[in-house]
Design a protein around this ligand. Structure first.
Ligand SMILES: Cc1ncc(C[n+]2csc(CCOP(=O)(O)OP(=O)(O)O)c2C)c(N)n1
Length: 259
């Protein structure tokens, strides 16, 4: 039986949980929309890979991540590594939601001279390691977590976002093996199981890879099929769309405005 209590502020616990869930949902939608906007401005990138992990990152940002974006050099800051670095539009949208970058900068994604490259690099103060080659971020994160535990003896956590197809990389298996051997309870791998990995199926050893017959689809056809997938699976409601002009409010600002 569930028990409902009253917290010190006089808000029913059940209601405050509902408000929290609504805020996560709204933040997730904001991250999805911003990921699409960034990729649309660049006319490239991986918007769908970003959208599938938006809710996961919304909860992480709103509730668990301990990070001062104004002071990235702080030793107590958690670390966040996107092992699925191709979901960079989501990472940059998260920075925007945290108030670390502006809407204008978000839209420079993948433009010449922008620090928001197609895959994250340490040119950005909140990025530890360059990722994008699948299977690379988690091993690096194991190193960071190992350092926290054995060298620095600090209590920060290392969060890593991985893709489900990425799990097939040998380096991922080795990294998990080592993390377990070192009992790295300060390392949290979040696996975005969207059951997609560019091709429809992953190939396990001995299975012939899926082949593609006929002419290659044009860029237009490819983007149309991406849009269709997106509409079917995770289309945000239209009320989020007009937020394109000017500097939209960051997540903390929106939270504060709501009280
Ligand atoms: C080592 C390596 N091989 C291939 C690629 C090309 N690639 C980019 S994204 C991707 C699919 C990743 O699928 P998954 O890990 O499930 O992430 P999703 O995009 O589905 O969230 C591939 C094969 C790459 N970036 N790195």
């Amino acid at each position: 039986m569930s028990r409902r209590g009253i917290n010190p502020a006089g808000v029913d616990e059940g209601s405050s949980q509902m408000i929290e869930h609504e805020q996560w949902h709204e933040l997730g939608q904001q991250l999805r929309v911003d990921s699409v906007r960034a990729a649309a401005a660049a006319e490239s990138g991986h918007p769908t890979s970003s959208m599938s992990a938006a809710d996961l990152m919304a909860v992480l940002l709103a509730k668990y991540l301990r990070y001062d974006f104004d002071r990235p050099e702080l030793a107590s800051n958690d670390h966040l590594i996107f092992s699925k670095g191709h979901a960079s539009p989501l990472l940059y949208s998260l920075y925007k939601a945290a108030g670390a970058i502006s809407n204008e900068e978000l839209l420079t994604f993948r433009k010449l001279g922008s620090r928001l490259e197609g895959h994250p690099t340490p040119e950005i103060p909140w990025v530890d390691v360059a990722t994008g080659s699948l299977g690379q971020g988690l091993p690096c994160a194991v190193g960071v977590a190992l350092s926290a535990k054995r060298l620095e003896r600090l209590s920060y956590r290392t969060w890593v976002l991985c893709g489900d197809s990425e799990m097939a990389e040998g380096s991922i298996w080795e990294a998990f093996d080592h993390a377990s051997h070192e009992t790295l309870d300060n390392l949290i791998a979040i696996i975005d199981v969207n059951r997609l990995g560019k091709e429809a199926r992953r190939c396990s050893a001995g299975t012939p890879p899926p082949t593609c017959a006929g002419p290659r689809p044009s860029a237009g056809e490819r983007s149309r099929s991406t849009a269709t997938t997106w509409r079917r699976s995770t289309a945000p409601s239209s009320r989020h769309w007009p937020a394109t002009a000017g500097r939209s409010r960051s997540w903390p600002e929106r939270s504060r405005a709501r009280g």
